[in-house]
Design a binder for this molecule. Structure first.
Ligand code: NAP
Length: 311
């Protein structure tokens, strides 16, 4: 009997020590670990989906950190506006614009043109931010082919093509940081019902990032998947009725303020502290409970949007 008591207490103590060391490491990373000097990776950063939300906030932050920018997005007028706004705040940053619609049929040739346009630039930081989701919660059988093909093209193919176009230069220079924006939808919760294809594309981003992290670490290239939960942007307002920021749903600028401090470290992280807390509590709950909670939330959203249409 005594043997079993000692065994169980020892295992419990080891479990406690493990959790404590995770907690201390998290606090250290959050509060004390110095951010990397992003200019040490190279003098240029390329940001996809840079005209709104998280990508736009990254563009402002990276310019303020002393980097020149290549901004890639689909809308030329919005690109020019964002560029002018950044230039007003960071007049010494050089900015190049490249109009590219990742959902287009010509994405391969357009990324090829982008590659030529950035040839010779010392691109040290790549932010693969572009991403889209369903216009609303939908069962898989209701999602039109056009919609899910769009998601796969933008979220999966776009990120893969751009990474391929940029990583070759990084290998040549022996340095670089690649940040891929994943989502809690594929990592923090065990399922994301009624947004299945979106969650699946983000699982691809996560696994791609982890493998590339291992492939390129020894060549001086740091690959990372960041896992945001809700951030107050247009996307969040469309899918989750997020109307304003809260402590758990930060503004894009607040998220990015934290996000840049994590670039170049672990292969996967969630940089915003309140998101980490949510992840921690989610990890304590049984998957079946999280599954039914996500399903209920999504079904409620469908009912609410039907009700809104009627009114
Ligand atoms: N917001 C959240 O709660 C949240 C949570 C987890 C993960 N994420 C991820 O974070 C990333 C950014 O999301 P966000 O909330 O900032 O989105 P957002 O506010 O909707 O901004 C998306 C950006 O991507 C651009 N874009 C969209 N479709 C494009 C296309 N076909 N070709 C080129 N550019 C395109 C948009 O350009 P336009 O201005 O022309 O539309 C915009 O600049 C996404 O990968 C998303 O999955 C977001």
């Amino acid at each position: 009997m005594l043997f079993w008591i000692i065994l169980v207490s020892s295992l419990g103590f080891l479990w406690f020590l493990k959790k404590l060391s995770c907690f201390v490491r998290w606090l250290f990373n959050l509060l004390l670990r110095p951010a990397k000097d992003l200019t040490s990776y190279g003098s240029w950063a390329l940001v996809t989906g840079s005209t709104d939300g998280i990508g736009r906030a990254f563009a402002f932050k990276l310019a303020a950190s002393g980097l020149n920018l290549v901004l890639v997005s689909r809308n030329s007028a919005k690109l020019k506006t964002v560029s002018a706004e950044i230039q007003a705040r960071s007049p010494y940053s050089k900015i190049k614009l490249f109009e590219l619609d990742f959902s287009g049929d010509d994405v391969v040739s357009r990324v090829g043109e982008m590659k030529e346009a950035i040839d010779g630039l010392d691109i040290g930081v790549l932010i693969n931010n572009v991403g889209v989701t369903y216009p609303r919660a939908m069962y898989f059988h209701e999602v039109e082919e056009r919609v899910w093909m769009n998601l796969v093209r933008v979220n999966v193919e776009g990120t893969t093509h751009v990474t391929k176009a940029v990583v070759a230069g990084m290998i040549g220079r022996g340095r670089g940081a690649i940040l891929n924006i994943g989502s809690g939808a594929s990592i923090v919760v065990p399922s994301h019902p009624l947004y299945a294809v979106y969650a699946a594309t983000k699982a691809y981003i996560d696994q791609l990032s982890r493998s590339l992290y291992v492939e390129y670490k020894h060549q001086g290239i740091d690959v990372q998947c960041q896992v945001p939960l809700y951030v107050s942007t247009r996307m969040a307002s469309e899918v989750a009725d997020v109307e304003r920021s809260t402590v758990f749903i930060p503004r894009a600028e607040r998220y990015v303020e934290e996000a840049v401090k994590w670039i170049g470290y672990e292969s996967r992280c969630t940089p915003y502290w309140a998101h980490s807390l949510q992840w921690f509590f989610a990890s304590m709950l049984p998957h079946s409970l999280l599954d039914s909670w996500r399903l209920t939330v999504a079904i409620t959203r469908i009912q609410k949007s039907k009700q809104n249409k009627k009114n």
